[in-house]
Design a protein around this ligand. Structure first.
Ligand SMILES: *Cc1c(COP(=O)(O)O)cnc(C)c1O
Length: 220
């Protein structure tokens, strides 16, 4: 099936309150343009340089989301334009984002990545750290970043019960924190293999790559 058909089928499945981030990492601009022409306006990349290169070649009305692990020394390359940074896992990184956003008189929206998977290969803060950071004075002092939600990745497993348990954990955290902090309104969870489960568990934003663009040649 074509990229446009994949997108169309996916959109039919997604509830209206769930935002689709088309994860286009490793894919050429020509394929991103196919998605763009089919109406997609939000793209997710996991490398800052690749995202910046693609942005320069594509129309200006795209929202670019950084979904990968962020190296502090590269924040400056995306501060001018990035719409949402999903993988923020420390106050130190937030401070750098704040500093770079200030140079462009912007306020950059960020999600705190929370570690929910069993594997310890996945980045993220603990639930306790995330709770402590939201509403903290240190965060309030940063005028050019806004934490607007959480992101999580489930364990890569066929065990759906395990995946469900992890997504439910993050949803519970989201509910708890957003009650006191209404600015926490985005819950980014779900990829090609597990987005149905993620949505059932209350995801509001899914990051889908291979179900739209096909398999990637290398693991990104
Ligand atoms: C690559 C990636 C995705 C998309 O993965 P697919 O399985 O291709 O849908 C989602 N989130 C993150 C953080 C990724 O790195």
């Amino acid at each position: 099936m074509s990229i446009a058909e994949n997108l169309q089928n996916l959109k039919k499945e997604l509830p209206g309150h769930v935002t689709l981030v088309a994860v286009s990492k490793t894919k050429p601009v020509s394929e991103l343009m196919e998605a763009y022409e089919a109406g997609q306006r939000i793209f997710g990349e996991n490398k800052i340089q690749e995202m910046t290169d693609k942005r320069e070649q594509m129309p200006g009305d795209i929202e670019w989301h950084m979904i990968g692990h962020v190296q502090r020394n590269k924040v400056k390359y995306m501060a001018e334009y990035v719409s949402l940074i999903h993988g923020v896992d420390s106050l130190k990184l937030l401070k750098e984002i704040d500093k770079q956003a200030a140079k462009h008189q912007r306020v950059i929206s960020c999600l705190l990545q929370v570690h929910i998977a069993e594997e310890d290969t996945k980045f993220g803060m603990s639930e306790e750290e995330a709770i402590a950071l939201v509403g903290s004075r240190e965060l309030e002092a940063l005028e050019h970043v806004k934490v607007v939600g959480f992101m999580g990745m489930a364990t890569f497993t066929e065990d759906e019960a395990q995946v469900k348990k992890e997504f439910q954990t993050l949803r519970a955290l989201f509910d708890k924190v957003s009650r006191e902090h209404p600015e926490i309104r985005i819950l980014s969870m779900g990829m090609s293999g597990d987005y149905t489960t993620a949505i059932a568990c209350g995801s509001t934003m899914v990051r889908i790559g291979s179900s739209i663009f096909g398999a990637r040649n290398y693991h990104g």
